[in-house]
Design a protein around this ligand. Structure first.
Ligand SMILES: Nc1ncnc2c1ncn2[C@@H]1O[C@H](COP(=O)(O)OP(=O)(O)OP(=O)(O)O)[C@@H](O)[C@H]1O
Ligand SMILES: [Mg+2]
Length: 283
């Protein structure tokens, strides 16, 4: 009996959050690095369906770093990272699109549907939902900076109770343009800002942002982020992630979270408990 009361207690702890977040949009960036094994992917899908069934409107934006690397290796195509961005030529872009759209997007969408969701996978090319231009004047090749988001496309999907699953690729501005590779973190923050989401959550392969001594930083301010970037404590793939957090909260998203996608159900712990997990950046 004691156990059952504990279970009821746990459910009740979630109640205020269920009330608070009903009908709110959450943008969830599912990092390539967090898509580790079938069990974890399955738990991720369950968690998203739980959010969805209690009335939250989840939007999934996914990355695909590891899988893209593996495919590039297989095809013996070289690519390098600068400032945490994958420098993308036309050949790399073809692989990026193939893996993100053909493989990962499809896999996540299918999994969510298996668990009883109504997930619909698209890339930014669909209905021209994302348009971009070369980032930093073309410093990273076909890495793009989003210049326009057609909110209507996503709003329509949410209205019809779909779970949008978005691959971070944007359409180019001319016929035969291969499209732009958008860093998934920055795509998630821009989409969260554009739709005025309540939260943006980044699921990655680390407990959160770490300080020099590898201790978790539970909260971060803009000044702290700038200092950690300047001295190299924040580097690589964490750079676009913290930038994305700042961009989202600047634009009115209440909170941006960086959480550990390797931990089962970390997203439920973040959303439905008072302690939360990982690193939070507030407006
Ligand atoms: N200060 C820091 N604290 C925590 N992680 C950091 C820090 N600086 C750099 N990192 C690195 O950032 C990585 C997370 O970014 P990464 O781009 O690899 O993953 P992701 O964005 O979740 O996946 P993907 O890019 O495939 O979507 C961590 O695994 C870690 O190695
Ligand atoms: Mg990354």
């Amino acid at each position: 009996m004691k156990n059952k009361i504990d279970t009821a207690q746990t459910l009740l702890e979630a109640l205020p959050y269920i009330k608070k977040y009903a009908n709110e949009v959450f943008v969830i960036k599912y990092g390539g690095s967090a898509q580790i094994n079938p069990e974890l992917k399955d738990k991720f899908a369950q968690d998203i369906i739980l959010l969805y069934l209690v009335g939250i409107k989840p939007i999934i934006v996914h990355g695909g770093g590891n899988k893209i690397n593996a495919m590039l290796d297989k095809l013996e195509i070289k690519s390098e990272f600068v400032d945490g961005m994958r420098v993308t030529n036309a050949q790399v872009m073809e692989v990026v699109e193939m893996v993100l759209s053909g493989s990962i997007n499809n896999e996540i969408t299918t999994l969510l549907n298996m668990h009883g969701g109504k997930a619909l996978g698209i890339t930014g090319k669909d209905a021209n939902f994302l348009t971009a231009e070369p980032k930093a004047g073309g410093k990273y090749g076909l890495v793009g900076e989003i210049v326009n988001i057609n909110n209507q496309v996503i709003e329509k999907l949410l209205e019809e109770k779909f779970i949008p699953v978005l691959a971070p690729i944007a359409s180019g501005n001319e016929i035969n343009h291969p499209g732009f590779n958008i860093n998934a973190d920055l795509a998630a923050s821009k989409i969260a800002a554009s739709l005025q989401a309540r939260k943006v959550i980044f699921m990655t392969d680390i407990v959160g942002v770490l300080d020099k001594d590898k201790n978790l930083l539970e909260t971060l301010t803009r000044e702290e982020i700038e200092a950690l970037k300047a001295d190299g404590t924040i580097n690589g793939g964490m750079i676009p992630k913290v930038d994305a957090c700042l961009e989202a909260v600047d634009a009115g998203v209440e909170k941006a979270h960086i959480i550990d996608g390797r931990v089962e159900h970390s997203i439920l712990l973040e959303v439905f408990t008072s302690e939360g997990v990982g690193t939070v950046i507030k407006s």
